[in-house]
Design a protein around this ligand. Structure first.
Ligand SMILES: *Cc1c(COP(=O)(O)O)cnc(C)c1O
Length: 341
């Protein structure tokens, strides 16, 4: 696995010319991917391939210049260095802004656009985060996020986990990483054992397409599961990538076969540079209406949207029923009696 930087290196690997209009995109939002992930792209048409669309730039990235680069108000909700708190019992720690692959639909694009320096969490910042948790014992969970948090070495991750788990009220640490998808060899036995031995560690990964479910990716997830780490998945509904009920059915089925629980299907956030991936909320509902009767409950995620201005995540249901005055109407199915007074 080798990291390739810039359109020239990547196009040379794929054996295709660089479209001239992408030069301007690359000057604003850099391009990076690795040979493992790039090898999954159909070289006949990389620019429209569902794997290619996730890591190759698109001219529309420069189209929506009025959009916010932080619609979720993460900067405003930062309560300690690199710690974002929006909810009562959990907060997000951005441990690094580095990534082995720059996902074109990233909602933290502002953290890696051209000119933003690379940053890893320092010991002082970690101490400030631990102090925040000690002062706020109602916050019981930490999302260990990035960037790609597994860009940090095993030794550094171990040191960070040691400091965090010394806070008694911090019960759950959720690692948020795309490494099983984009960089499966990073989930080595040492890392899996370390996470498995650490109290309260969960792993949240991010598969978007069934073609990402390779033998290597499955082996990475299996190493985590065998080590005792529960693994969940968050998918983003992306136009031109996975906005197709049959594609998502195959993805969700594949995930539960690997003992990975599909947790969320997110509508894409209205972030600058990402808007062209938006499908509309109705599309997500269609996907759910298709999947719900066909798939095991284990396989069906919650469709959700993260509200702008830090409003938080809200689930979106398929609306199977309407509450009448005397009964609940299940659309084209049956009537079900309302509760007695
Ligand atoms: C998504 C998110 C969480 C986690 O929310 P869950 O619904 O538990 O997955 C926590 N904090 C912030 C700021 C988030 O954006």
């Amino acid at each position: 696995m080798k990291i390739l930087n810039g359109l020239d290196e990547i196009a040379a690997f794929l054996g295709v010319p660089v479209p001239a209009e992408l030069r301007a995109v690359e000057r604003v939002y850099p391009v990076r991917a690795n040979t493992y992930y790039l090898a999954r792209i159909d070289r006949a048409d990389p620019w429209h391939d569902p794997i290619g669309r996730q890591c190759l730039p698109h001219p529309d990235e420069l189209r929506d210049y009025d959009a916010s680069d932080d619609p979720l108000a993460e900067e405003e909700q930062t309560v300690a260095p690199h710690l974002i708190r929006r909810y009562y019992d959990r907060a997000v720690m951005v441990a690094t802004n580095r990534c082995p692959m720059l996902c074109r639909f990233c909602f933290r694009k502002r953290q890696w656009r051209a000119g933003v320096p690379e940053h890893d969490l320092t010991d002082d910042e970690l101490a400030a985060i631990c102090a925040y948790y000690r002062n706020h014992p109602e916050v019981r969970e930490l999302l260990f996020s990035g960037g790609e948090p597994l860009m940090l070495s095993n030794a550094r991750i171990r040191a960070i986990l040691t400091r965090l788990t010394a806070v008694p009220s911090l019960e759950i640490i959720r690692i948020g990483s795309r490494a099983p998808v984009t960089w499966p060899e990073r989930i080595d036995a040492e890392l899996a054992d370390m996470l498995g031995a650490c109290r309260g560690v969960w792993f949240a990964t991010h598969f978007n397409h069934p073609r990402e479910l390779t033998p290597e990716a499955e082996a990475a997830c299996t190493r985590l599961v065998r080590a005792g780490v529960p693994v969940v998945n968050q998918t983003v509904l992306l136009r031109g990538v996975n906005d197709d009920p049959e594609v998502l059915e195959a993805l969700f089925r594949g995930l539960i076969r690997m003992r990975v629980k599909p947790l969320y299907l997110f509508h894409v956030d209205p972030v600058k540079g990402v808007r062209h991936f938006a499908t509309g909320v109705a599309r997500g509902r269609e996907v759910l209406r298709y999947c719900r009767p066909r798939l095991s409950a284990l396989a069906v995620p919650t469709f959700a949207i993260d509200l702008p201005e830090g409003g938080g995540k809200v689930p979106i249901q398929e609306n199977y029923c309407e509450n009448g005055r005397y009964e609940t109407i299940f659309r084209s199915l049956v009537e079900y009696p309302e509760a007695l007074d």
